[in-house]
Design a protein around this ligand. Structure first.
Ligand SMILES: Nc1ncnc2c1ncn2[C@@H]1O[C@H](COP(=O)(O)OP(=O)(O)OP(=O)(O)O)[C@@H](O)[C@H]1O
Ligand SMILES: [Mg+2]
Length: 806
């Protein structure tokens, strides 16, 4: 597929060669003695090409009049004008059949070939417009007016020129067969008009469109036209390259597997003897009878097996069929006897594996109780949502352990292709079942716990079908009793599988999928909870991993607290566990070296082992200057603090916004400024206000930054700093009311992690305070806001009179 190409070897003007050509050229030599006037050009009509200035192009001609024209041009050294004809099929050309604007060029090479075809190599030079056709030659001649080459400059032209150059270089890179030098040629062009012409020549668009570009003398308009066409081509090229790459990659890996499988079979055959194959067939037969297929499926499998038995060993289909039969017989079709769920035991196991999480464990036990009472019933699908490292995956494992079921995980992150979930048809080279069936086979049970990990990172449906619609079928209790994997080609019963999904964030889960699941949020841990988790689980596990005995190394609570506060800043405990691991490995080394027998690690030792503190009390450092407010944000990896910084520069009262801003946040900033202006009597007409929101915030989370933006502006304009230990969240209305926000729990934990003492929240979020862990609540003071003035009073204090309007 070449959407944009250089028609190099092809004859640009594919004229049918007429036998009359040669005769005509002889006749014309005799006639062409009459001189051509100064302001006139010999014309050659082109059926399906547009010649541009600056372009060298091969042209084939055949019509008698064209051959005569070319011969005369070659003889006299005169330039020739090339004009596109309106109807490419027309043979006899009258002046009205041609466009009036064309390009004059020099014929640099002329070769008459046997059979009458004539090849020209033409270099396009200047645009012209036909003024009047002249009579008296065996070819077309017209007096012409030159169209001067537009010389434009200025930033407008420059910008478009640069953009065109960039896109053209990209397009050349995307072309499968473009010569490398082409990009260099494009880069070297310095005249915008010339670049536009050159790109227009290369574009694979209709001739009428090229003609239109040729006729556009004005530089800006010409650049725009070319840019528009090129933009579209580049899109298409990008897409086609993406498809090509993806298909190729997929095909390669599948084919590789297929080839390896084949080789393995050959080797096995070499090693064994003929009887082995017979034995194998016999074994397969036994496996089929023992597999426990449903009746319909059994019939189908038996039929396929018979086909295999009749087939020659060597045939390609036989290996395909055999692989399929192996898959079929190895799948757990039978419902194995399931141990009854014991709620007491399950509770003990959940408690054993995880600290805290009381609400969540209770919900899990309820879920298990329902399953126990009604094993065949349709239970909801649980979906654990929360930041990394808070225990989503490990809770799933724990549920499997608590119910004595097999655990398997299917990673959905980056799944773009429906076939990854549902498999490829058996006839496809190297086809395999999808990852759901593959996981069931690994588990060896169709009543295990199947974790659908990272369901929020499921790729959008693309060229190969939508994975989320396939997943919907998997999770739908009405349909999943008859799940059809393309590879198996028969129904498989998934209704007994306990599906549990995990996600970092909710918004990116496709709506229909989200509706099908029960969402359980894990917001993250407080410092105290982390300490407990470390003491009860992480330290023990890391001691074991590093081959240490329990009494060889001890880690003081202070040391753990210091690791939590100074070396990790996360909602979960994954980095904490990693850091504990490094500390213990350091101790293990010292013990192994014989430096000590027992080591106890205090917080003072950490610097030597883990290096300098990674997190300082940033809030205190940043917030000392007026105009800086500490906001709270919700992100998929837990809550976070962010600094909103306002400053003013001489200007005209504009609001400049930079940094990580979504549309909502821009509106929020505008509202904050309007509000601040209406509260201050100082005129802002001579200043531009600049508000910066640093990276790290989720642009979508804009609304909750309204209060912080307002405070940063008030602080800036009144030159009074905001208290460093205060953080805030809340949206504002134009009348100064503070509106409620989401994610309070995550935000509070983030504030605590960052050393904040006072958190200002909308009064309408008061009810959410009950979800906040007790030890966080004990350490934070919550100030409830009705109006923005409440926030000013708490965080800035009384404003000087001057700054307050009535
Ligand atoms: N409450 C807890 N008690 C004990 N250990 C915990 C607790 N929470 C998390 N952990 C431990 O933290 C580690 C990380 O947890 P896990 O792998 O389940 O994270 P996750 O939530 O699945 O994260 P991700 O989103 O990155 O997949 C595990 O080793 C887990 O056992
Ligand atoms: Mg996980």
């Amino acid at each position: 597929m070449e959407f944009w190409r250089r028609k190099k070897s092809e004859a640009v003007d594919a004229e049918q060669v007429e036998a009359a050509g040669e005769q005509a050229s002889r006749r014309s030599t005799a006639l062409a003695t009459r001189p051509i006037p100064e302001d006139a050009l010999i014309l050659i009509p082109l059926r399906n090409a547009v010649l541009f200035p600056g372009v060298i192009s091969p042209i084939t001609i055949g019509r008698a009049s064209s051959v005569a024209a070319a011969a005369e041009a070659a003889r006299s050294g005169l330039k020739v004008g090339f004009l596109l004809q309106r109807d490419p099929k027309a043979d006899d050309i009258a002046p009205g059949d041609l466009y009036r604007v064309g390009t004059a060029g020099q014929v640099v090479r002329y070769a008459g070939l046997p059979g009458g075809a004539n090849h020209l190599m033409v270099q396009g030079e200047r645009r012209f417009r036909v003024v009047e056709y002249l009579e008296g030659w065996p070819f077309l001649v017209a007096s012409v007016a030159w169209i001067p080459e537009a010389k434009g400059s200025g930033t407008d032209i420059e910008a478009r020129f640069l953009q065109l150059k960039e896109q053209a270089v990209e397009a050349v890179g995307l072309l499968p067969n473009a010569p490398d030098e082409l990009a260099d040629v494009v880069r070297a062009i310095e005249a915008p008009g010339q670049l536009a012409d050159m790109v227009a020549n290369l574009l694979d668009v209709k001739n009428e469109e090229k003609q239109e570009i040729l006729e556009t003398a004005e530089l800006g308009a010409r650049l725009d036209k070319v840019l528009e066409h090129l933009g579209k081509r580049v899109e298409v090229l990008r897409l086609s390259k993406e498809i090509g790459d993806k298909t190729k990659k997929e095909f390669d890996s599948r084919q590789r597997e297929h080839v390896l499988r084949e080789q393995m079979r050959q080797i096995q055959k070499e090693l064994g003897d003929e009887e082995d194959t017979a034995a194998e067939i016999e074994e397969l037969k036994k496996a089929i009878e023992a597999a426990g297929f449903p009746e319909e499926t059994l019939k189908h499998v038996r039929k396929e097996f018979k086909r295999l038995a009749r087939m020659g060993e060597q045939s390609a289909e036989s290996s395909m069929l055999r692989t399929w039969l192996e898959w079929m017989t190895e799948l757990p079709w039978k419902a194995s006897a399931q141990k009854e769920i014991n709620i007491q035991e399950a509770r003990a196991i959940l408690d054993e594996d995880h600290f805290g999480l009381e609400k969540i464990k209770r919900r899990i036990l309820e879920y298990l109780a329902v399953r126990k009472l009604n094993p065949g019933g349709k239970s909801p699908i649980l979906c654990f949502v929360g930041p990394p490292g808070v225990g989503k995956t490990s809770l799933g494992q724990s549920i499997a352990r608590a119910t004595d079921r097999k655990f398997q995980r299917v990673a959905l992150g980056g799944t773009h292709d429906e076939a990854e979930i549902r498999g490829h048809r058996r006839t496809y080279i190297g086809a395999m079942p999808g990852n759901i069936i593959a996981a069931i086979k690994r588990a060896g049970s169709r009543a295990g716990v199947l974790m659908l990990d990272e369901i929020d990172k499921l790729g959008a449906g693309g060229f190969h079908g939508d994975p989320s619609s396939a997943l919907l079928e998997v999770l739908d209790p009405e349909q999943n009793g008859k799940f059809r994997d393309n590879y198996l080609g028969v129904d498989f019963d998934l209704s007994r599988v306990m599906f549990i999904a995990t996600a970092n964030q909710l918004d990116t889960i496709p709506g229909p999928l989200r509706d099908r699941m029960e969402i359980i949020q894990l917001p993250g841990y407080t410092e105290e909870e982390k300490l407990q988790i470390a003491r009860k689980y992480l330290v023990k596990r890391q001691l074991e991993t590093n081959g240490l005995l329990l009494d060889q190394v001890s880690l003081s609570d202070d040391a753990v607290r210091a690791i939590i506060a100074d070396y990790t800043r996360e909602a979960g405990v994954r980095n904490l566990e990693r850091a504990i691991g490094s500390v213990l490995r350091n101790a293990a080394m010292r013990i192994a070296e014989g430096a000590a027998e027992k080591i106890s690690i205090e917080s003072g030792d950490l610097h030597a082992i883990l290096g300098a503190k990674k997190f300082e009390n940033e809030a205190a450092l940043r917030a000392a200057t007026p105009g800086v407010a500490t906001g709270l944000a919700w992100t998929p990896v837990g809550g976070d603090i962010l600094f909103i910084e306002a400053s003013k520069v001489p200007g005209k009262g504009k609001l400049i916004l930079t940094g990580q801003l979504g549309d909502v946040m821009k509106e929020s900033a505008q509202a904050a400024l309007t509000l601040a202006k209406s509260r201050l009597n100082e005129s802002l007409d001579k200043w531009d206000i600049h508000v910066h929101v640093p990276a790290g915030a989720t642009p979508k989370d804009g609304p909750s930054a309204g209060v912080a933006m307002y405070l940063s502006l008030i602080s800036l304009l009144s030159s009074k700093p905001i208290r460093a230990d205060v953080a805030m969240t809340g949206e504002i209305s134009l009348r100064g009311l503070v509106m409620p926000i989401g994610g309070l729990k995550e935000k509070s934990l983030a504030a605590l992690r960052a050393g904040i003492r006072t958190v200002m929240i909308p009064r309408r979020n008061e009810k959410d305070l009950e979800d906040i862990p007790a030890d966080a609540k004990a350490k934070l003071e919550f100030v409830l806001l009705d109006r923005v003035e409440d926030a000013v009073e708490t965080a800035i204090g009384k404003l000087p009179e001057r700054a307050l309007a009535a």
